[in-house]
Design a protein around this ligand. Structure first.
Ligand SMILES: [Ca+2]
Ligand SMILES: [Ca+2]
Length: 198
């Protein structure tokens, strides 16, 4: 009986070890200070995560989080698209996910988490992007914080060209839930996710 218990214990231990944990990656400080809106579909806001977060490993993403402001640019909410791009020599490259989402109006001004299919990202640097629903109109905007800046991680995609934070805005409030391939997750990010309340 004792032997069986030990064997069961080993299986539990193995199962626990094999079960990959996810970590939340982010640069923003969790406090909304500002918001930006565009009226062009096909223009994106994006946040880059790199080896500082991933430890240089490939991984999987299964959630994307973003903060949509209330009552800006208006008080109707159209949702939009979330995307994941792999890295190509320091700029966004292959798109590995594009998914529509509906804005959760109970979670304006705070993180709304969108489940995605578990998406393999082969590069240890990658980009999470948000695009408004369709062209024209006062469609959903993105929040950003203006303290504790990591502006080099902000990207925009305008008229078909990627720019590395051309306006000096920081930080777009776009996060993701990521796990590295295989083993245990390193301490890949800092702090806890803050509750937005302002
Ligand atoms: Ca609207
Ligand atoms: Ca910041």
């Amino acid at each position: 009986m004792k032997k069986i218990a030990v064997i069961i214990g080993m299986f539990v231990l193995l199962a626990t070890t094999a079960q990959a944990a996810y970590d939340y990656l982010y640069w923003d400080d969790g406090y909304k200070d500002d918001a930006k809106a565009w009226t062009n579909a096909g223009w994106y806001w994006a946040v880059q995560f790199n080896e500082e977060k991933t430890g240089g490993d490939a991984g999987f993403i299964n959630q994307i989080g973003l903060v949509i402001p209330s009552d800006y640019p208006d008080s109707t909410y159209e949702g939009g698209w979330v995307m994941i791009f792999e890295d190509n020599a320091g700029v966004p490259g292959t798109q590995v996910l594009r998914q529509a989402f509906n804005t959760d109006e109970t979670r304006l001004n705070q993180f709304q988490w969108i489940d995605t299919p578990e998406t393999y990202v082969s590069t240890s640097t990658f980009y999470i992007a948000f695009e408004e629903a369709w062209d024209g109109g006062n469609h959903d905007a993105i929040c950003l914080d203006t303290g504790w800046q990591f502006p080099t991680h902000n990207w925009t995609y305008e008229s078909g060209i990627w720019y590395n934070n051309p306006q000096g805005w920081a930080d777009f409030m776009i996060r993701c839930r990521w796990r590295l391939c295989g083993g245990a997750v390193e301490e890949a990010t800092f702090g806890q996710i803050k509750v937005l309340d302002f």
